[in-house]
Design a protein around this ligand. Structure first.
Ligand code: F6P
Length: 319
C-alpha cells in the first residue's frame, strides 16, 4: 500500500485531531503518502482532498474539533453516493482509508470496504455508544466538561437552595449522563436505557428535603427527556425553586484530555498498522487496554449499554 486517505465524519469529538496527527505521522514514518479528505463523506464526494505532509499536523494535538472539518452526509447513504465516493478514491490512487467517527460513519466505511477500499474505523464520539471496545475518543473529555459545569452549578444551587436539572448530550445513550451524574453527585440520573418515572424523581427529591437537603441536582440525558420539561414537572409537583441548564455543544469542544489524546494517538497509529497488514472492514480499538481489530459486523451487533453496576451505584449513592 502506498497511499492512504483519512477523514473525520459525523459529530466531532475532542481528540480527533490527535488521531489524525497519529495517522499522518505513523504513515509517513513507514514511507506512505497521506491524503486528508475534508468534511467527511461530503468532501469525499466533492473531491475535497489535500496532501498531508508532516507539518500539516503540527500544533493540533491539544486542539478540540477537527482540522479536517466534518459533516453528516445524506448522499453518501445511497448506493449511488457510495459508488461515486469509491471512484473518487480510486481516481486519486488512495488504497486505504481511515475513518474517525461513530456508528453512521462506520456504516459508510463498511460500504467502501465492500467495494474494495481497505477501510479502518476509529471510534470517535462523545456519546461513547460504539461497543466492542473500552472507550470512544472524546467521551472522557466530554464527561470532564460536564463535571466542571455541574460543579459550578452546584455552587449556586447551594447558595440559593434550588433544584437544578442539567441536560447533557447523548442522542440515544446515557453514558455521559451516568458518568457525570456519578462523578457530580447527582440526586437522580435519567438515561434512555433505563425506564424511569418522574413521580419517583419527585418523591426522592421530597424525601431529601424532608431530611434537610437544601439543594438537588438532576442529570438528564437528552435521549431520555428534555431538561426543560423535567424542570417544569418538578416545579409543578413540588413547588421547589427549580432551574434548568442545557449544556449542549459546549460538551463537544475544548482541549482533549490526556486520556483522549493517548487513546486517539494509539488508535490512529494502529489504524495505519492494520491498513499496512491488509486488514479491512474493521475498527481499531482497545479491549482491556490491548489494541485489537474488531470487524464492523461485530461492532454493529454490540452497541454499548450502561453497566448495570454503575446504574445501581448511582441509585445507592444518592439515597
Ligand atoms: O453524536 C454526538 C452528538 O453530540 C449527540 O450527543 C447529539 O445528540 C448530536 O451529536 C448533536 O448533533 P448536531 O451537532 O448535529 O446537532
Amino acid at each position: 500500500i502506498r497511499k492512504i486517505g483519512v477523514l473525520t465524519s459525523g459529530g466531532d469529538a475532542p481528540g480527533m485531531n490527535a488521531g489524525v496527527r497519529a495517522v499522518v505521522r505513523k504513515a509517513i514514518y513507514h514511507g506512505l503518502e497521506v491524503v486528508g479528505i475534508r468534511r467527511g463523506y461530503a468532501g469525499l464526494l466533492d473531491g475535497d482532498f489535500r496532501p498531508m505532509p508532516l507539518e500539516s499536523v503540527g500544533d493540533i494535538i491539544q486542539r478540540g474539533g477537527t482540522c479536517l472539518y466534518t459533516a453528516r452526509c445524506l448522499e453518501f447513504m445511497t448506493e449511488e453516493g457510495q459508488r461515486r465516493g469509491y471512484q473518487r478514491l480510486v481516481d486519486a490512487g488512495i488504497e486505504g482509508l481511515v475513518v474517525f467517527g461513530g456508528d453512521g460513519s462506520f456504516h459508510g466505511a463498511q460500504k467502501l470496504h465492500e467495494l474494495g477500499i481497505r477501510t479502518i474505523g476509529v471510534p470517535s464520539t462523545i456519546d461513547n455508544d460504539i461497543g466492542a471496545c473500552d472507550a470512544n475518543i472524546g467521551f472522557d473529555t466530554a464527561v470532564q466538561t460536564a463535571i466542571q459545569a455541574i460543579d459550578k452549578i452546584r455552587d449556586t444551587a447551594t447558595s440559593h437552595e434550588r433544584t437544578y436539572v442539567i441536560e447533557v448530550m447523548g442522542r440515544s445513550a446515557g453514558h455521559i449522563a451516568l458518568a457525570a451524574g456519578l462523578a457530580g453527585g447527582a440526586e437522580s440520573v435519567l438515561i434512555p436505557e433505563v425506564p424511569y418515572k418522574l413521580e419517583d424523581v419527585v418523591a426522592k427529591l421530597q424525601r431529601g428535603v424532608a431530611r434537610g437537603k437544601k439543594h438537588s441536582i438532576i442529570v438528564v440525558a437528552e435521549g431520555a427527556a428534555h431538561g426543560v420539561e423535567v424542570g417544569r414537572y418538578i416545579e409543578e409537583h413540588t413547588g421547589f425553586d427549580t432551574r434548568v441548564t442545557v449544556l449542549g455543544h459546549v460538551q463537544r469542544g475544548g482541549a482533549p484530555s490526556a486520556v483522549d489524546r493517548v487513546l486517539a494517538s494509539r488508535l490512529g497509529a494502529y489504524a495505519v498498522e492494520l491498513c499496512m497488514q491488509g486488514v479491512s472492514g474493521a475498527m481499531a480499538a482497545t479491549q482491556n487496554g490491548e489494541l485489537v481489530a474488531v470487524p464492523f459486523d461485530e461492532v454493529f451487533r454490540s452497541e454499548r449499554k450502561p453497566a448495570q453496576e454503575l446504574c445501581e451505584l448511582a441509585e445507592i449513592l444518592s439515597i
